[in-house]
Ligand binder design. Structure first.
Ligand SMILES: NC(=O)C1=CN([C@@H]2O[C@H](COP(=O)(O)OP(=O)(O)OC[C@H]3O[C@@H](n4cnc5c(N)ncnc54)[C@H](OP(=O)(O)O)[C@@H]3O)[C@@H](O)[C@H]2O)[C@@H](O)CC1
Ligand SMILES: Nc1ncnc2c1ncn2[C@@H]1O[C@H](COP(=O)(O)OP(=O)(O)O)[C@@H](O)[C@H]1O
Ligand SMILES: [K+]
Length: 450
């Protein structure tokens, strides 16, 4: 963010202009939400506080009644300029009088624990029954790591200025933010690799499509049937032209449109396989270990999930083509992988990035704050439905990602598309669904991206 702002300033836009764009853009959202009701703005000592003065000034000029509380005078030149433009009274302390409160105490400059009057204000805000809006980030949140450095009210709306910060995609910060919206301020963000994922769009199959061109996905099943069946049901609706279940076991309940191949070795050798999926229901025994080695040997675009993530280690990865592989660990599987590959770090974000660096794999670390890291790229995602917290939804995700991978072979793109499809399916299936309901909802979810 600082680099993007510096580039804008080098190109001739002043910090004051950027602040005006930020404050005026945020004020438009606030005016919409306030709908004529009086607004309180809390201003801190830095440029986040500066944004607050611009917001207060803009709202006043629109006819809003505005209360401004600023425990400390502005400390930066630009915030002082913003303060000077705001001609109305500023209170050093006071009660939050209004039904809408805008928090501009600290933005990405928060560097240490929030104390004293600032802490008191955030505490007051926490227990106040007002509509709460955080400007850029909630003021108790460190914007790079999402760690909590002060009281954290539950906000209704968070307006990110110029670009998303990492905290907007990380737990527990993101859970406190309410709806998140971006206020553009004209920054050029091309070339920045750590960003919020943009909603993808898909195309209908090409006019000359046939099932193999659309991708043949081979799902290598294990001893436990349910998981790979869920993955297969989702995969059949997520883009691949042909989904095959490779299993020596009988599958009396397999749907008629799912091909079950009993000779696993032969089916794995099929040169027409576009992608492989292994792990759901695989178990963690020696049979599964051999199967994983066999899958990796094929050097095909592959998704590894669930039990495969417990078996994966540096020896296993030798001889595999890491650039074609993606792994989809939940929190526990991520811990197991970090252990196996000697990765230690405090935050989920650092663990994911380090694991990516050490292994060369594309890592999709799922959960309420899904993080995707592959190559030089890191992606964060809008929050998904918490109804996803039910057994089997991870198998559905693995099936979707593998299906996308079979279509184009790009692990990073497949993961990104997979998360969006999965979340959209959850939205359409909500509230309260089972994993097979979710798998079926992939069909209408596909339609939303066409
Ligand atoms: N630059 C631009 O082009 C644009 C920037 N924009 C906006 O600026 C924001 C970043 O502004 P910023 O860097 O001035 O930092 P900010 O978040 O206001 O807070 C830092 C201030 O607080 C202080 N301080 C820190 N921790 C503290 C604590 N625990 N307890 C008490 N004090 C503490 C620290 O001073 P210190 O006491 O450390 O000297 C400093 O004064 C960004 O989020 C966005 O909203 C937009 O207008 C768009 C254009
Ligand atoms: N609270 C939540 N909010 C959003 N998504 C969630 C939440 N809990 C779980 N999920 C999603 O649900 C899926 C659960 O996967 P996983 O833990 O592997 O389940 P299983 O192994 O039972 O299939 C993941 O895609 C995860 O991102
Ligand atoms: K803030």
């Amino acid at each position: 963010m600082r680099a993007a702002e510096r580039a804008a300033m080098d190109a001739g836009t002043s910090e004051w202009e950027l602040m005006q764009r930020a404050g005026e853009g945020a004020a438009q959202w606030i005016a919409r939400v306030a709908a004529g009701r009086p607004v309180t703005v809390l201003c801190g000592p830095g440029n986040n506080g500066g944004d607050g003065y611009v917001i207060a000034d803009t709202l006043s000029k629109k006819g809003y009644q505005v209360q401004v509380i600023a425990p400390r005078e502005p400390g930066t030149a630009t915030a002082q300029l913003a303060r000077a433009h705001f001609a109305v009274e500023v209170e050093a302390e006071g009660q939050l009088r209004n039904p809408v409160v805008v928090d501009c105490l600290f933005g990405y400059g928060l560097a240490r624990q929030v104390e004293g009057k600032f802490k008191d204000l955030l505490k007051k805000l926490s227990i106040n029954h007002c509509y709460k809006i955080a400007i850029d980030v909630p003021s108790g949140i460190e914007s790079d790591t999402g760690s909590v450095l002060g009281p954290l009210p539950q906000y209704d709306l968070t307006l990110a200025l110029g670009a998303w910060k990492q905290a907007h995609g990380l737990m527990p910060a993101t859970a406190s933010m309410g709806a998140r919206r971006l206020v553009p301020i004209g920054l050029d963000l091309e070339g920045f690799t750590s960003t919020m994922s943009a909603r993808p769009s898909f195309a209908a199959p090409a006019p000359d499509a046939h099932k193999y061109r659309r991708g043949l996905l081979a799902i290598v099943a294990g001893a436990m049937p349910g998981a790979s069946l869920l993955a297969a049901e989702a995969a059949m609706l997520a883009g691949a032209g042909y989904v095959k279940l490779l299993s020596e076991h009988p599958w009396p309940n397999a749907p008629a449109d799912l091909v079950v191949a009993k000779d696993v070795n032969e089916a794995l050798d099929d040169a027409r396989n576009s992608a492989l999926l292994f792990g759901p229901g695989a178990a963690r025994d020696d049979v599964a270990r051999c199967r994983l080695a066999q899958v990796l040997e094929k050097r095909k675009p592959t998704v590894l999930d669930a039990d495969a993530l417990h078996l994966l280690d540096p020896d296993m990865l030798e001889g595999a083509d890491a650039t074609k592989l993606c792994i989809t660990p939940h929190e526990g599987e991520l811990a197991k992988l970090c252990d196996a590959f000697g990765v230690t770090a405090d935050s989920k974000l650092d663990r994911v990035r380090l694991l990516r660096d050490v292994t060369g794999l594309t890592v999709l670390a799922k959960g309420p704050d899904t993080i995707l890291a592959g190559g030089a790229t890191t992606r964060f995602f809008p929050r998904g439905s918490s109804w996803l917290s039910v057994a089997g939804t991870g198998d559905v995700l693995a099936g979707i990602v593998a299906s996308r991978l079979a279509g184009h072979g790009d692990p990073l793109r497949a993961c990104e598309e997979g998360v969006w499809l999965h979340q959209e399916a959850a939205r359409l299936a909500s509230p309260a669904f089972s994993a097979s309901d979710l798998a079926r909802a992939v069909k209408p979810a596909m339609a939303s991206f066409l």
